[in-house]
Design a protein around this ligand. Structure first.
Ligand code: SAM
Length: 308
């Protein structure tokens, strides 16, 4: 299903609009293109790499018959990965209602639905998950891919996010995710001349409104990723603050690596190495361009375990 009818509003025209509504509009407006169309994208290899990296994370931490909560599930792009991990039950939540419809449709058309799934449109950073998921449902895993940073708008939202991640996660359960690496971003910005507010290359740009102060919450920047994200407001996640807050919710950090590092390690393993080819990250025609490779390393991957 394609929908181009609701183009993403330019940032300048939406200053009156709350940021979470801008984010929802932004993702609702992105069409869900098919596999063939995706191959024409200028960042086809980068998208493939990000998908491969998520497969590595899922492959490392998911167990057969797991019950999984995906917060910020988007259009359900990871459903096949979860299917390969042989999970038993899946709940996907996202603020973008059109994306949720597309995720539901994607699940419906998956061949002989390998696991049971439910999808809910909700603001996971402002309302408790128990509004939509029965409180007696217990998850073995929670996944937040490329979406947690939106909750760092305020401490209240970050806390609601962590409440939702942990309240129905079993002791010993794992929480995995991917976020932009604030440390790397700020370091790169500071390596530029004093008056520059932007970093990036032909694939991505990260633009700040100021560079004299970076708070623990609400440190906004505008993110552009060619053919994927058109100048969307996002927030830096100060990792030590995130880790400290997560500890308050009973989460212990067990993994924290930049994407390049994940690649260097996982590509040494036969299965994940073969997956690089199967997922079109690498082929006889080439791999990621230098600019795509830099854009990949904007991100880091993490995993926490809920203490017993
Ligand atoms: N996890 C998916 C993936 O990896 O393909 C989607 C990632 S997309 C870059 C970020 C997602 O976060 C969007 O689908 C967006 O709607 C969702 N999101 C942002 N703020 C949210 C909120 N407050 N509650 C739930 N989802 C939110």
């Amino acid at each position: 299903t394609q929908d181009n009818s609701n183009p993403a509003p330019a940032s300048g025209t939406t200053s009156q609009k709350k940021v979470h509504a801008q984010v929802a509009d932004h993702y609702n407006a992105r069409p869900d293109v098919g596999v063939e169309k995706r191959k024409e994208s200028t960042i086809f290899r980068l998208k493939s790499f990000n998908n491969w990296l998520k497969s590595v994370l899922i492959g490392r931490y998911a167990r057969p018959r797991d019950r999984v909560l995906d917060v910020g599930v988007g259009k359900g792009g990871d459903l096949l990965k979860w299917s390969k991990a042989k999970i038993q039950y899946f709940v996907g939540c996202d603020i973008a209602s059109k994306s949720i419809e597309q995720a539901r449709e994607r699940y419906r058309t998956m061949r002989n639905a390998p696991f049971e799934a439910r999808f809910h449109a909700m603001d996971c950073y402002s309302e408790p998950i128990s509004n939509v998921v029965a409180p007696d449902v217990v998850f073995d895993m929670v996944s937040m891919q490329f979406c947690l940073h939106y909750s760092f708008e305020t401490e209240t939202k970050a806390r609601m996010m962590l409440h939702n991640v942990t309240s129905q996660l079993k002791p010993g359960g794992v929480f995995i995710g991917t976020i932009p690496d604030a440390y790397w971003i700020v370091k790169k910005l500071k390596s530029e001349s004093d008056d520059k507010l932007q970093i990036g290359n032909s694939i991505y740009s990260i633009r700040f409104e100021r560079r004299d102060r970076f708070d623990k919450f609400g440190s906004k920047y505008w993110f552009h990723l060619e053919d994927a994200i058109d100048d969307c407001p996002e927030y830096l996640v100060h990792f030590p603050t995130f880790q400290k807050l997560a500890e308050e919710y009973g989460l212990e950090l067990i993994y924290n690596k930049k994407f390049h590092q994940v690649y260097e390690e996982a590509s040494q393993e036969l299965d994940f190495n073969q997956l690089l080819y199967r997922m079109n990250v690498v082929s006889e025609n080439g791999s990621l361009s230098a600019d795509e490779w830099e854009a990949a390393n904007v991100y880091l991957a993490f995993a926490f375990r809920k203490k017993n």
